[in-house]
Design a protein around this ligand. Structure first.
Ligand SMILES: Nc1ncnc2c1ncn2[C@@H]1O[C@H](COP(=O)(O)OP(=O)(O)OP(=O)(O)O)[C@@H](O)[C@H]1O
Ligand code: NI
Length: 290
């Protein structure tokens, strides 16, 4: 990635970034699109900015929840951190992993072992492959299949999936099982950071709490988690900090404890989110933001 052209920054030392396992600075994502209803010979490309100079950081041992409205660009943040870029996207900014500045290639190389995604949809599982085999992956340059199989068995045991599940196809799994299989996939190559994109929709409350508990365990064992969600209520139960996302940027990054009272929140949108929480719904002021 290139430095954002609107800004010049003094060089930053490794030291300043070392205590963050993940840091995103001044991330902007836009899309080049052709104007509609313009005759082709005058067709003009237009650039729409979806993410605008966003900053966010995750410390070792921490869950940072990114909360904000649907369709506001949260998945694009996940994609950028994983080095997944649409062909028509322009991306600017800096992403640091474990104190090292990354580029698109290095982010791609980190995918799976350094930074793993728990995707938004369980449809990302291959419907035609037994899930044990899917989690284990195909031939690996450095490891025998037996080693990977043993690692998969351990993960399944830890996440409450019986060995019988390994022999099932995705359609045979309940929603909660499928979610845990995705978590096992993400953990297979020992990542330091997990980006979880809406890991709870479709789960009943008990399973949702459990899915987030799995992320909590991962963070407590020294990982970092970026938890993208619009379920702020659940996020507050499990996260350490909350990044409030509005109009393509993080308008406030604050400790979960500050969601105890709107007086402790700085940004109007953060306070609107507070008022929209179910336990405060008698006080709705500016309409529901989600
Ligand atoms: N390749 C693309 N070209 C043009 N626009 C795009 C492209 N990819 C995404 N967008 C736009 O970016 C915006 C943000 O999408 P994104 O999926 O990141 O939102 P989100 O906050 O994750 O939504 P949700 O909460 O529904 O998952 C959308 O308005 C979408 O139309
Ligand atoms: Ni999304």
């Amino acid at each position: 990635m290139q430095a954002h052209h609107h800004h010049t920054h003094a060089p930053v030392s490794r030291h300043e970034h070392g205590h963050h396992v993940l840091q995103v600075e001044d991330l902007s994502v836009g899309f080049r699109m052709y104007e509609e209803d313009v005759p082709y010979f005058r067709a003009k490309q237009r650039e729409t900015e979806v993410i605008d100079r966003l900053n966010i950081s995750v410390h070792v041992g921490e869950i940072v929840a990114v909360v904000g409205a649907s369709g506001s660009g949260k998945t694009l943040v996940a994609d950028a951190v994983l080095g997944l870029f649409e062909p028509n996207a322009t991306v600017h900014g800096r992403i640091w992993f474990d104190g090292e500045l990354q580029d698109a290639d290095s982010l791609q190389k980190l995918r799976g072992h350094g930074i793993s995604l728990v995707p938004q949809s369980v449809n990302s599982l291959d419907p035609l492959m037994k899930v044990g085999r899917q989690v284990e992956g195909f031939a690996h340059p450095d490891e025998s299949h037996a080693v990977r199989r043993r690692r998969r068995e351990k993960l399944f045991a830890r996440y409450g999936l019986s060995e019988a599940v390994a022999g099932m196809y995705p359609f045979e799994l309940s929603g909660g099982m499928a979610r845990r299989v995705l978590v096992c996939c993400a953990l297979m190559d020992d990542p330091r950071v997990i980006v979880a994109d809406e890991p709870t929709p479709g789960l009943d409350l008990e399973l949702a709490v459990r899915a987030l508990g799995d992320l909590r365990t991962f963070a407590d064992e020294g990982g970092g988690v970026l938890l993208i969600t619009h379920d702020i209520e659940l996020a507050l139960q499990v996260a350490d900090r909350v990044a409030v996302f509005e109009n393509g940027t993080v308008v406030e990054e604050t400790a979960v404890a500050n969601f105890a009272s709107p007086d402790l929140l700085e940004h109007p949108f953060s306070r609107a989110l507070w008022h929209a929480l179910p336990e405060h719904d008698f006080q709705t002021g500016g309409g529901s933001p989600c």
